[in-house]
Ligand binder design. Structure first.
Ligand code: HEM
Length: 375
């Protein structure tokens, strides 16, 4: 039998074209059609956007962007495809397997009843909101920070600074909320907390395992600070604000629509989640000139609107730890910048937030005590 190359080529091309058309013209749009169909007729259209692939939605594109050096590419891509509308539809996290603990946690955070939320907020805000209340804990926070930094420097060994800093803030929270200042008790609480956190958040926390006493004697060379000093450190405050704006620790905030909402002529359907993408606002040149530039001086007489700078959230969910967080950072930076420096074990290893350094990157840091001589 004669082999007909022409027919085989045509057949292969047709199969390829057919597969392409099926994958990109049908399969790729199936998710969008499904959700449009399920919503039925609405008074307003859904916002422009892309619901991604069936089941997984845009999860891969989202994860890829956040693992790259340009996490904003996910949103920038939506903006370049659909215009600067400010609101887009996407399908994220819809099919992630979720443990009972994770579901319960997310219910508590996002779906708790108004009463339950008020109760939780009262519990957390009472001891830590306002300078007067924080003044009570000032010395203790200072002790924990000074002793931790001093300990890292005296170990003369590389450490993972981020984990150590998490440990410091954990100790402070335990001290304030539970009143414990004994290291072995804190280690037990931290261990129990790590079990819950593993289940809930599915990423591990470094368990403080060392047995030293937390409250040690303060290194005598360090001058004691007080709240008034901190309030006068206006440049430090600007550095903190600029760091919060530029790094965007929390990339966005989730909310769920309890009823259909009309936003700028688009429907946000009941049950859909809204992710307010703080990063996009904090890095928008419309609100912050040369947004990619780290420039603490931009905060000189900078009358910024709450809607264009909200590293601690907005409204009824505003972070109750805002003052405490800023106080901890101020005290830490004050002592650290005056008395210590960081040395990268691998000088090539960049100091980045995105992508977050992996343990295999060997991005360990050594804390070294320095003495500055005035000339
Ligand atoms: C630099 C440090 C911190 C940053 C950038 C930060 C940021 C935020 C943001 C953006 C939210 C709002 C999330 C949302 O609206 O969905 C939030 C909520 C919250 N934060 Fe913080 N936070 C910080 C430190 C702290 C500290 C030190 C504590 C506790 C001692 C704390 C406790 C909380 C709590 C309990 C909530 C939930 C509030 C609610 O849902 O009513 N935060 N935080």
């Amino acid at each position: 039998m004669e082999f007909n190359w022409w027919s085989v080529t045509v057949a292969c091309a047709s199969i390829l074209l057919g597969s392409y058309a099926f994958v990109f013209k049908i399969l790729r749009k199936l998710n969008g059609w499904y959700y449009e169909f399920m919503l039925g007729k609405k008074q307003y259209p859904l916002p422009p956007g892309d619901m991604g692939w069936p089941l997984v939605g845009n999860l891969f594109a989202f994860t890829k962007a956040f693992k790259s050096e340009d996490p904003d590419s996910f949103v920038n891509n939506l903006v370049s495809r659909y215009g600067i509308g400010g609101i887009y539809k996407v399908h994220l996290f819809g099919v992630l397997p979720s443990s009972y603990a994770r579901r319960r946690w997310s219910e508590l955070l996002t779906n708790s009843s108004i009463e339950e939320h008020k109760w939780l907020r009262r519990l957390t805000t009472a001891p830590i909101v306002g300078h007067n209340r924080l003044a009570v804990y000032f010395d203790c926070i200072e002790d924990i920070i000074i002793n931790s930094v001093e300990e890292w420097a005296s170990m003369n060994e590389p450490i993972e600074l981020l984990n150590e800093l998490k440990e410091v803030s954990f100790k402070i929270i335990i001290r304030i909320f539970l009143g414990f200042n004994n290291d072995s008790t804190i280690a037990t609480v931290a261990y129990l907390f790590s079990i819950v956190k593993d289940a809930v958040m599915s990423f591990p926390v470094n368990v403080p395992g060392r047995k030293e006493e937390i409250i040690k004697t303060r290194p005598s060379s360090l001058k004691r600070l007080n709240l008034k000093d901190i309030k006068q450190m206006t440049y430090l405050a600007k550095v903190i604000d600029e760091t919060l704006r530029k790094t965007n620790l929390l990339f966005g905030m989730f909310r769920e629509a309890k009823a259909d909402v009309n936003i700028n002529g688009y429907v946000k359907p009941k049950g859909w989640k809204v992710l307010s993408f703080a990063r996009a606002v904090h890095l928008d040149p419309q609100y912050h000139l040369n947004p990619q530039q780290f420039n603490p001086s931009r905060w000189d007489d900078y009358n910024v609107k709450t809607s264009s700078f909200f590293p601690f959230g907005i409204g009824s969910r505003l972070c109750p730890g805002m003052d405490l967080g800023k106080l901890e950072i101020s005290i830490f930076l004050h002592y650290f910048l005056l008395n210590y420096k960081l040395e990268r074990v691998d000088p090539e290893c960049p100091i980045t937030c995105f992508p977050a350094p992996k343990p295999t990157d060997n991005c360990l840091t050594k804390v070294v005590k320095v003495t500055y001589h005035s000339t």
